[in-house]
Design a protein around this ligand. Structure first.
Ligand SMILES: Cc1cc2nc3c(=O)[nH]c(=O)nc-3n(C[C@H](O)[C@H](O)[C@H](O)COP(=O)(O)OP(=O)(O)OC[C@H]3O[C@@H](n4cnc5c(N)ncnc54)[C@H](O)[C@@H]3O)c2cc1C
Length: 394
């Protein structure tokens, strides 16, 4: 402990989840150290959608002002067909009136930098790979191994991502994260071609293309398609241009504007079956380490930030040391399991190769009134932190 009586936490992983946990615990008075294996905080060069629940969680971390300057609100969002017809559309003001806050778009690096800027100097240890963990117990602190050092702490937060080494060590019966049968490509594009501030996702048959404006002059684009695992092609960008080049505007122009080196490809992995417990002793699993899910709801990072807020709250005044992680577990496991299931179901519908499934799906989405469709996001977007952010307090 740095200061007498101050509790200490080790956070493993400096992604969105780990950094958010470090901010939350630091604000709650903990001495925190984040161990990140990478030599620098260089998040993948893509964007993120932050739903109102994620925005609320970031406000609860005191980052509302920083968010305002970095993350423009979407003026709307919706689902289209490859010929451009809209199947469903929601305006930004409908999102605000239903959930009390907007849906934002942000460049990942900006979110990481915002979180890191709220940490005290020296908190972040780079080039630091954690190789093992001891979960500790009611009367024994937890510890992690990093290089030749053993670092003891009152709490270990395992935020080491979808292939979490800590999950493997403490949940040996849990299978490794599973490939979901499709890959995602992502890129940031500098252009004013989209302009309106509205995001869209276009559904074909087992293929999708997303367009998310992040401010007036850059667009986050993503695409998905079914593919065997780990089969990056020599020229992924040409493949994408062939696959989506005849879809509605501005997709061809956006594809033409991607610089080859900026295109990222990732196989979609998920933790399955969902974990029934998110803690062992004094170790709390958080973010993708705990519940990596298919990205179809755009909620993974948002849930990781929620986890961080709830964990810090659950640890408040924890005299029994292991009671806090257990409280966190109880507060989170049902929610993340439900949303993982929902995201998987959406993945089945959108990545189905069947023409019949695609036609039925499109008809159903087209027939549901837009305001009713928005309610479908209630489970995710209507979340509120345990302590309401300042602007919502009476
Ligand atoms: C295509 C796609 C689109 C998505 N879109 C959205 C979206 O719009 N909105 C949204 O909310 N979410 C979205 N997500 C989900 C989101 O990206 C993840 O849920 C989120 O980034 C998880 O953050 P994390 O911190 O838990 O894990 P990670 O970001 O994976 O961070 C883990 C960190 O731990 C480090 N690490 C790993 N092992 C060790 C070790 N042994 N020692 C030290 N450090 C270690 C890694 O280097 C890494 O920095 C999307 C995901 C995908 C794949």
């Amino acid at each position: 402990m740095d200061v007498e009586g101050q509790r200490s936490a080790v956070v493993v992983g400096g992604g969105v989840g780990g950094l958010a946990a470090a901010v939350a615990l630091h604000r709650a008075g903990w001495a925190v150290a984040v161990y990140e294996r990478a030599p620098a905080l260089e998040p993948i060069g893509a964007g993120l959608i932050l739903w109102p629940n994620a925005v609320r969680a970031l406000h609860a971390l005191g980052l509302g002002d920083g968010l305002r300057s970095r993350a423009p609100a979407l003026s709307g969002s919706g689902v289209r067909r490859p010929d451009g017809r809209w199947l469903s559309r929601t305006r930004g003001d409908q999102v605000i009136s239903r959930y009390g806050g907007p849906q934002l778009a942000i460049v990942r690096a900006d979110l990481t930098q915002l979180l890191a800027s709220a940490l005290p100097p020296g908190c972040l240890r780079l080039n630091a790979t954690v190789t093992d963990v001891d979960a500790g117990g009611p009367d024994r602190r937890a510890a992690v191994h990093c290089g030749d050092r053993l670092i003891a702490a009152d709490l270990v937060v395992a935020a080491d991502g979808v292939n979490s080494r800590i999950r493997r060590a403490l949940w040996p019966a849990q299978p490794p994260a599973e490939y979901c049968g499709y890959a995602a490509w992502r890129a940031m594009v500098r252009t004013r071609a989209v302009g309106t501030g509205a995001a869209s996702e276009t559904w074909g048959r087992a293929e999708r293309f997303g367009v998310v404006p992040v401010g007036p002059d850059q667009v986050y684009v993503y695409a998905t398609a079914n593919a065997p695992a780990r089969t990056p092609r020599a020229d992924e960008l040409s493949d994408l241009r062939t696959r989506f080049g005849r879809w509605h505007d501005p997709i061809p122009a956006l594809l033409a504007a991607i610089t080859p080196g900026d295109l990222l490809r990732h196989d979609i992995l998920a933790v399955r079956p969902s974990l029934r417990r998110l803690h062992r002793g004094r170790v709390a699993l958080l973010g993708d380490a705990a519940h990596a899910m298919e990205p179809n709801l755009g909620q993974g990072a948002g849930l990781a930030i929620e986890d961080a807020v709830v964990l810090a709250h659950a640890m408040a005044g924890d005299s029994a040391a292991t009671a806090g992680p257990a409280r966190y577990d109880r507060a989170r496991v049902g929610r993340v399991t439900r949303l993982a299931r929902q995201s998987r179901l959406l993945g089945r519908l959108t990545q189905s190769p069947s023409a019949t499934v695609a036609a039925l799906r499109d008809t159903a989405v087209r027939l549901v009134p837009d305001r009713v469709a928005l309610r479908g996001f209630d489970a995710a977007a209507a979340w509120r932190p345990p302590v309401p952010p300042a602007w919502e307090r009476p």
